[in-house]
Design a protein around this ligand. Structure first.
Ligand SMILES: Cc1cc2nc3c(=O)[nH]c(=O)nc-3n(C[C@H](O)[C@H](O)[C@H](O)COP(=O)(O)OP(=O)(O)OC[C@H]3O[C@@H](n4cnc5c(N)ncnc54)[C@H](O)[C@@H]3O)c2cc1C
Length: 386
């Protein structure tokens, strides 16, 4: 759903110019230094990009899913690390509070998340609980008026910068699996919370992940997302958060694919072999055509799922299908982009080499491709049995 076409077009135009004029020229520098310059972070705050999905009453832009996806298509046109900086505040780092938080939790945190003064992070994965997240073992033990957390969370995006963690922890050790898990808001400066060293990654330099360790970290009972009646329902909160996040990752994958296709066409037109532009060789054309057809299919899936969601429908399988297809698609498109560039595609001077590594992550986090397949099939069987 698009609330106001003109207002949205103005935002899309601003984001497009920001990407083209300020982000694309600094991609190589960010990849080299593993840091996003402070002036870019400041500009993202000024543009309201930290709060795209947060409702206007809490200081955000209040975008519908369709509007958010259209912006994500634009942000995808540059290094995914830039998107990752604002990704957690718009997605996994804020949506738990928005969807299941108490009004007081919303008023306390959402305006600061929307403005980017607070960076939110989402801590579900553990060393021994990844795809099987419901097997997590971090504990939150009731102690007087609050809870004491102990455990280790792994590969947490934006952990080194974060001020606030949404943490899934087991409040009931007697209940195995999802039922014993609750969600907590844990400020990063809570005594007993420590952040591990930044992981060295395959790609997306400039975006940081690290362990978050809880050692007797005490939080008030009021920090349980949704209050005491939500005890044991934190896993359901996490799954709702991931539903929207998956569509966003699919949209970013479409954006990156479109950028890679542009890079591929430009190279194919500029490069000559056998006395002709390589773009005139039909086997190159086939690769370009396959990439465009697949990117178009993914774009259409993302928009369809976003519109259904805006209409109030449950889009669990559609979000998984879009994430599964779009992230696998951008992997194929990146591979073809390297192929079209020939040896140059393997050389770090060309953006396609970097994007080839960057996009690999999309098939892994917020549920691997295999987990998306399982969700789609589970929903199919559920429909059949209903
Ligand atoms: C850069 C990065 C950022 C991340 N950010 C965050 C974050 O902010 N917050 C957070 O909580 N987590 C985050 N993660 C963790 C991420 O979500 C997990 O890595 C991911 O869910 C996979 O879990 P795993 O790594 O333990 O792999 P595993 O679960 O060990 O999976 C290994 C392989 O087994 C397959 N597999 C597992 N179970 C099945 C099954 N039942 N059927 C078929 N195949 C299966 C998987 O698909 C995969 O191919 C991040 C990870 C990375 C790398």
């Amino acid at each position: 759903m698009i609330r106001d076409r003109q207002a949205l077009d103005a935002i899309l135009d601003t984001v497009r110019r920001f990407v083209r004029e300020q982000l694309v020229p600094r991609e190589a520098e960010v990849a080299e230094t593993d840091e996003i310059p402070a002036e870019i972070t400041a500009e993202m705050r000024r543009l309201g990009l930290y709060g795209m999905t947060i409702p206007e009453e809490y200081g955000g832009l209040g975008m519908t899913a369709e509007e958010e996806m259209l912006v994500a298509f634009e942000l995808g046109q540059t290094s995914p690390a830039f998107r990752s900086l604002i990704g957690t505040n718009n997605g996994i780092g804020s949506q738990g509070i928005l969807i299941d938080g108490t009004e007081e939790q919303r008023r306390t945190w959402l305006p600061r998340l929307a403005g980017g003064e607070v960076v939110g992070s989402f801590a579900l994965t553990e060393p021994d609980a990844g795809s099987d997240a419901a097997a997590l073992t971090t504990t939150a033990v009731r102690d007087g008026t609050g809870y004491v957390l102990n455990g280790t969370k792994r590969y947490i995006t934006n952990a080194p910068q974060a001020h606030l963690f949404t943490v899934m922890a087991r409040t009931d050790p007697e209940v195995a699996g999802a039922g014993g898990i609750s969600a907590f808001l844990v400020p990063a400066d809570t005594p007993g919370v420590s952040i591990g060293p930044r992981e060295r990654k395959m790609g997306q330099q400039g975006s940081h992940v690290a362990d978050v360790v809880f050692h007797d970290a005490a939080v008030p009972a009021a920090n349980m997302i949704g209050g005491p009646e939500m005890e044991g329902r934190g896993f359901a909160t996490a799954m709702k958060v991931l539903d929207r996040g998956r569509l966003h990752i699919a949209a970013v994958s479409v954006g990156v694919a479109e950028r890679l296709i542009r890079e591929s066409v430009a190279h194919a037109v500029a490069r000559r072999q056998f006395g002709a532009r390589i773009a005139d060789h039909q086997l190159i054309q086939a690769m370009l055509a396959d990439s465009r057809a697949e990117a178009y299919a993914a774009r259409t899936m993302v928009l369809d799922a976003a519109r259904l969601r805006d209409d109030g429908e449950r889009v669990t399988w559609q979000a998984s299908a879009a994430k599964y297809f779009a992230t696998e698609m951008v992997g194929r498109v990146a591979d073809r982009a390297v192929q079209i560039h020939g040896g140059a595609g393997y050389i770090a001077d060309y953006p396609v080499e970097r994007f080839y590594r960057d996009v690999r992550l999309f098939r892994l986090y917020e549920g691997t491709s295999q987990i998306q397949q399982l969700i789609i099939a589970r929903e199919m069987l559920r429909e059949h049995e209903a």
